[in-house]
Write a protein that binds this ligand. Structure first.
Ligand SMILES: [Zn+2]
Length: 93
């Protein structure tokens, strides 16, 4: 578990990635990646670093999902009800 989180941090320090990218690179489920991200944010804060989140946004109307604590990909836009949501991207800084 610690190793997986460490690998995620290393990948995110290299480049900005989605949870899908991470799941493919590390061979784990996408939902598992999401479950680790909040822990990683805390780990990084303790190290004086930061998990930067480029929030999910609606590809139809441009609505940006503002809740920074939510790392998951929303299923539907609250504004236009479309389901074309761009996944959030993560980066370590
Ligand atoms: Zn929308």
């Amino acid at each position: 578990l610690q190793t997986l989180r460490k690998e995620m941090i290393e990948e995110l320090a290299e480049e900005e990635l989605t949870a899908m990218d991470l799941s493919q690179r590390l061979g784990v489920q996408e939902k598992e990646v999401y479950s680790h991200l909040s822990h990683i944010a805390k780990t990084l804060a303790a190290q004086g670093k930061k998990l930067v989140v480029d929030p999910p946004r609606c590809m139809s109307c441009g609505f940006v999902f503002g809740d920074k604590k939510s790392f998951t990909r929303p299923g539907r836009c609250p504004k236009c009800k479309e389901q074309r949501i761009r996944a959030p991207r993560f980066r370590v800084k």
